[in-house]
Write a protein that binds this ligand. Structure first.
Ligand SMILES: [Mn+2]
Length: 324
């Protein structure tokens, strides 16, 4: 079995956009839907529409649930949010989506901004300056300690893991981005390989919790862990469910998100490690440049890097003698 290429997508792409994705030779979508779209009837219709283009949902995501501040910070309202999350997992099961996105980031991804960088060939990309991010005021009502954040994660797993087991769905857990111990006064859950090991252990032997290995995060902070050996470890344990194949210009304190061939990491070596260990889960480029309206916007900007990633995959398969 080969690595399965996916693209980030949203509910309600036009027929032309779906045809465009199919023409990339892509068969899987990391589909983002909003809560009002997350109904069985609407999603059944959407899945049938995707099928016309030979597309399937790999990772089903609902942004307000994926990074839910009430659940992550243990605020009032978390019971209702967790019930909604459980319903979303059941819906994923009903429509045959194998993964549901989760990221323990109540304030989302921290970036300094989006603009033309020194390493983006004129493209508009995200960039981060940790000193600037650290100077910002706290993002919520108060600071949240590491203990609290892990306790809230345990509370979430207790409620959601059984629902995942019943539904045949796995959680794809993304690291905190950028992966540093604290952002905006909130301690990070996942900013190292050890954090992932701890999280997987908390799932109590259930494989319902999986690793969404964001190569970009490992590269942003090399203290995260040894990327190549972590790929092998999580794959050997059956925990690696999804990969974000993204390069950056340099490690923190300052980085720009770049094309795969323009960052500081050798992405071919990383692809070879994924092929060599037998990874057969889903892989996307994660983020693209902002794109141009007349060129298909963000979706248009994903075509070239997705093709480049597929080229690396095919080359690695050839070099290592693995079937496609
Ligand atoms: Mn990512």
């Amino acid at each position: 079995m080969s690595i399965k290429i996916e693209v980030p997508a949203r509910f309600g792409h036009t027929p032309e956009e779906l045809a465009f994705i199919r023409e990339m030779g892509v068969a899987y979508l990391n589909l983002n839907v909003m809560p009002d779209q997350a109904t069985l009837s609407d999603m059944r219709r959407e899945v049938a529409r995707l099928e016309e283009y030979h597309l399937k949902i790999s990772d089903f995501a609902c942004p307000p649930l994926q990074k839910n501040a009430d659940i992550i910070l243990g605020r009032e309202g978390r019971e209702a949010a967790a019930a909604q999350f459980a319903d979303f997992v059941r819906l994923a099961g009903d429509i045959g989506a194998p993964l549901v996105s989760v990221a323990w980031q109540p304030n989302g991804i921290f970036r300094t901004g989006r603009g033309v960088g020194q390493h983006t060939r004129g493209g508009t990309a995200f960039y981060a300056d940790l000193d600037e991010i650290n100077r910002r005021p706290i993002s919520n009502d108060r600071e949240y300690s590491q203990q609290e954040i892990w306790d809230n994660f345990a509370w979430f797993l207790e409620r959601i893991i059984p629902v995942c087991e019943e539904s045949g769905v796995r959680l794809a857990l993304h690291p905190n981005d950028p992966p540093v111990p604290s952002l905006g006064g909130v301690s990070s859950l996942i900013c190292s390989t050890m954090d992932y090991r701890r999280a997987l252990k908390m799932a109590g032997g259930s494989h319902a919790l999986g690793v969404k290995l964001c190569v970009g995060c490992w590269l942003e902070n090399p203290a995260f862990g040894d990327l190549l050996s972590d790929i092998r470890e999580f794959q050997a344990g059956g925990d690696l469910v999804e990969v974000h194949f993204r390069n950056v210009s340099a490690p923190l304190p300052r980085f720009e998100e770049t094309l795969s061939e323009d960052g500081y990491a050798n992405m071919y070596e990383i692809m070879k490690a994924l092929v060599e260990c037998g990874f057969d889960g889903f892989c996307s480029i994660d983020h693209g440049f902002a794109g141009y309206p007349s060129m298909g916007g963000q979706l248009g900007s994903m075509a070239y890097p997705t093709g480049h990633m597929k080229g690396l995959l095919h080359a690695a398969q050839q070099e290592l003698g693995r079937c496609r």
